[in-house]
Design a protein around this ligand. Sequence first.
Ligand code: ZN
Length: 141
Amino acid sequence: MIQYSLHCANAHDFDAWFKNAAAFDEQKARGIVDCPVCGSHEVSKALMAPAVARSGSEKMALSSGHPDVAKFRELLRAYRQKVTSEADYVGDKFAEEARKIHFEEVEARGIYGEATRDEVIALAEEGIEFAPLPDLPEEQN
Ligand SMILES: [Zn+2]
């Protein structure tokens, strides 16, 4: 999966996921890439955001075009901002710290950081609660 920051002919900025660079070109050519704000099909790539490391064949559920998609992105942005301003950043020790908190080896607190895909799978199997922290580019306007 690859994430593109797109902008439309009416200067709206939004993000969309595509299977690969060719999929974006193909969907744009077919006129099915549209702006979630105004529905314009006149969209172009702004800049490439770092893609989430996933296996190339894994599918994600996606939505586009509905007005609530833009609202949801705003909620995600607010959620990310709240978590990153209130929780402790633990960097790549996320899995280790989440485990310590889960097993009450340390005092309970909010944390955020990074984990590898293998670590994420292990945490889920151990029944440790966590949630993805969406990585959204800053709003352009
Ligand atoms: Zn637009």
